[in-house]
Design a protein around this ligand. Structure first.
Ligand SMILES: Nc1nc2c(ncn2[C@@H]2O[C@H](COP(=O)(O)OP(=O)(O)O)[C@@H](O)[C@H]2O)c(=O)[nH]1
Ligand SMILES: [Mg+2]
Length: 231
């Protein structure tokens, strides 16, 4: 990966997983790893730092965390990669995301877990269905077919700065996907594999209650982006 790449990982109480995630990154190909922690009550920050990451803090929320991570990237970084800190995304697959940008075939590459291999139990039914439903809603309105709203993604940094992201919670991922289409970025979906989290509990979609909350947030994103772009 000849382009300078900053990897941004939001992590909240992931002390059991984050060390392994950071250590498994393709270090020879990346410039840095930024772990964004806001208020973990375990040793997430210390473990991440010992594994080689730079730890930054942010206001609460997933979107706030990834935005703060992006803003903290070294000035020379031209590609930002986002991935989760629970061990579900596979660090060794990063070239699938970064490759199309480096070859100038895409500005934004999103890993689709639906197109890849999923370890049994890694994604629950509500996540798969939400991905399909949102994919259909986005296609109907914006004429681009996404199969997933997965966290593992790479974007040309200058493009992210143009998107004007506003979501501070889990809606951030979808907002990025819609704004990328609206701004005419070259978007590419590639298959990525997906594992069960190494330890601990999901904060987003672990049960139907959490999924319902995430689902209403997603619909809120669709509404807000539509409103903000209605001319
Ligand atoms: N910094 C930060 N990280 C978060 C927050 N919420 C979730 N995360 C991290 O975001 C990633 C995705 O969360 P997770 O609970 O695994 O969601 P799921 O994969 O959809 O079940 C994990 O690395 C979490 O530790 C937050 O509010 N702040
Ligand atoms: Mg997870």
């Amino acid at each position: 990966m000849p382009w300078p790449v900053s990897v941004v990982i939001p992590a909240l109480n992931e002390a059991e997983a984050i060390g392994k995630v950071v250590a498994s990154l393709p270090w020879k190909d990346i410039t840095e790893c930024i772990v964004v922690d806001n208020g973990s009550t375990d040793a997430t920050a210390q473990v991440a730092e010992s594994a080689g990451a730079r730890v930054v803090t942010s206001p609460q929320g997933y979107g706030a965390a990834v935005s703060a991570g992006a803003a903290a990237a070294m000035p020379e970084s031209t590609i930002l990669v986002f991935m989760d800190g629970d061990g579900s995304d596979i660090p060794e697959e990063m070239l699938r995301l970064v490759g199309p940008i480096e070859r100038d075939e895409a500005d934004f590459v999103i890993g689709s877990r639906l197109r890849g291999r999923r370890e049994p139990g890694a994604m629950n039914l509500s996540q798969v269905l939400a991905g399909r439903l949102v994919g259909w809603l986005v296609w109907r309105r914006y004429k681009f077919r996404y199969t997933d709203m997965g966290p593992y993604r790479a974007i040309r940094r200058s493009m992210l700065e143009h998107l004007g992201m506003t979501e501070m919670t889990y809606g951030w991922n979808l907002e990025m996907q819609i704004r990328a289409v609206l701004l005419g970025l070259r978007v590419k979906e590639v298959p990525v594999d997906y594992r069960r989290r190494i330890a601990g509990e999901s904060k987003v979609s672990g049960n139907w209650g959490a999924s319902w909350k995430a689902g209403t947030r997603i619909l809120g994103v669709l509404r807000r982006v539509r409103k903000s772009t209605a001319a």
